[in-house]
Write a protein that binds this ligand. Sequence first.
Ligand code: SF4
Ligand code: SF4
Length: 209
Amino acid sequence: MDFVQLQLNYMDWENPNVTSRANYGVARRHGKSITVMEPVKGGTLADPPEEIKKMFEAYRPGMSPASWAIRFIASLDGIITVLSGMSNIAQMEDNLSYMKNFEPLDEEEQKIIQEAQRILGHSATVPCTACSYCTPGCPMQIDIPGIFKAMNKQIGNGQAAEAAAAYAAAAPEGHKASDCIGCKQCERVCPQHLEITKYLAQAAEMFEK
Ligand code: SF4
Ligand code: SF4
C-alpha cells in the first residue's frame, strides 16, 4: 500500500479505543504516508469545553477551535491529506484561512493542546463522532448521535437550556433515550466502541426525570 487512512485527532491521541498516537507511530515506522479522518472528531473539537476555548482564544484571538484541531494534525510528519468534513461555506472559508499558507503549531501551541488533552481526559462528554453508523439498525429509531450531542452541551459547556431543547428535538415521543430496549445492535457497529446503552441511560436520567 502507498498510504493509510487513520482516525487522528488530539482528543483520541491516547484514547484506548482509538489509539491515534500508536496507530500513527506504526504507519510512520513503516514509512507510510497518512490521510486523516475525523480530525475534529465529528465536530466535537469545533465546540470543546469553555475552558479549552478560552485558552485557545487567549493565545490566538479569532482562530476557531476547529483550526487548532486541524493544525495539530496537519503539523505531524507524513500527513498528505486532512479530510475535514465541512458543512457550510463559513466552515470552508475558516478552513482555507489557516490551511492556505499553513503554519505548523509552535512550541507554545503544542503545550496548549497538551493542556486541552488533559482537560478532555477529565471530561465526561460522550466521545461520539456523529457518524450515524448506529442509527439505521435501531429498532426504536432512536437518534443516538442527536441525544449524545444534547448531553455534551450539558456536560461539556453547562448549557442546560440549550441541552434540554436539543434533547427535545432529538428524542420525540416513542424515540426517547428511555425507549431503548437494550438490543445493543448499535454497540456492535459503533466504530468508537461506545457503550451506547449506558450513555442512553444517563441521557434518560439527565433529561427525562
Ligand atoms: S440498544 Fe437501544 S439504541 Fe441501540 S439499537 Fe437497540 S434499541 Fe436502539
Ligand atoms: S456509531 Fe458510535 S460514534 Fe457513530 S454516531 Fe453512533 S454512537 Fe456516535
